[in-house]
Write a protein that binds this ligand. Sequence first.
Ligand SMILES: *Cc1c(COP(=O)(O)O)cnc(C)c1O
Length: 382
Amino acid sequence: MNYGVDTVCIHGNGKRKNVDNTGSISFPIYQTAAYAHPGVGQSTGYDYSRVQNPTREEVERIMADLEHGTDAIAFSSGMAAVSAFMELLRPGDHIVATDDLYGGTIRQFRLINEKNGIKISYVDTSDLEQVKAVIQENTKLIYVETPTNPMMQVTDIAAISEIAKEKGCLLAVDNTFLTPYFQNPLDLGADVVVHSATKYLEGHNDTLGGFIVTKRQDISEELRNILKTTGAGLSPFDSWLILRGIKTLAVRMEKHQQNALAIAKWLQNQPKVKEVRYIGLESHPGREIIKKQSRGYSGMLTFRVDSQETVYRILEHVKVVQFAESLGGTESLITYPMTQTHADVPEEKRKAKGIDDTLLRMSVGIEDVHDLIADLEQVMNV
Ligand SMILES: *Cc1c(COP(=O)(O)O)cnc(C)c1O
């Protein structure tokens, strides 16, 4: 079956597995650690919840269908997903990564993977020549985030996938910002899609989760074995929350985007705003690539103001918008990347990327956009 994405968010591409006979519309939460065996050498298909649980299995089915994969593996957070995925590599392997990755992913690479003998080259993956220039004999993975956080740089997924195929290495794309509602990296040649489900997928700022999606059976099998071994699978209740969150992904994404576009345009006309980065603006340098590979822009935008004083005034006096990390929920949040998401990125690197004391990132929520603009107006234009 091939349903529209709105339908897949709610039903997946087929019928759910019938694990009970009550006809419940909402999928049950199987709050159990273990499962009784019907007889010796027999299994219901479930033995122990570290390995699999029906509620987790259901959210995995929906995600696999949404990302056009054959398997989606659910983890207890986005970082748990990244960390399990990186176990596919071995000491001495080299990876090429976007230099403007989510700060937590950079920390994972630096603190854990580099210590374990993995070599990493960070380049601006929106420039294909830079990627080609650092590919080595032992390059096993290209790891891309697009658009990036917080600078909103856009990488051409299909073009990078050509480079990966030529080299015979994997391409992983973190699709947290656009979600499968707006972008499907596997269709563009990626081998693996990474998600922090904590953000748009769950969508209500109330739980953590992560996914790895693939259509490569070898990767899926190895990752399931890693999950069984390391144990950071998504809990039954959090699986249910994410299952419920995804049901409204389509309507939320449309509204996030509509609000963000209005705010981006308003920001462009503010005297204290020096720069607005939103992939939905015609002026965005990655606009042509975005049009080619994505169906929308989501609700993430970054802007630069005239001074640190303005930053402080915004962060300390907004009323509807809240000063907090994270993104993708119903509530609008504003973040100071320099001291929050990117605090662990070395200062020199951070500054070279333009992440300095005047840069703010906003996750535009689904409130009434007039209230959001009025809120920004009252702090900015005093
Ligand atoms: C938040 C985030 C992560 C990490 O996910 P958690 O659920 O916070 O562990 C990874 N990548 C991106 C792009 C993110 O925004």
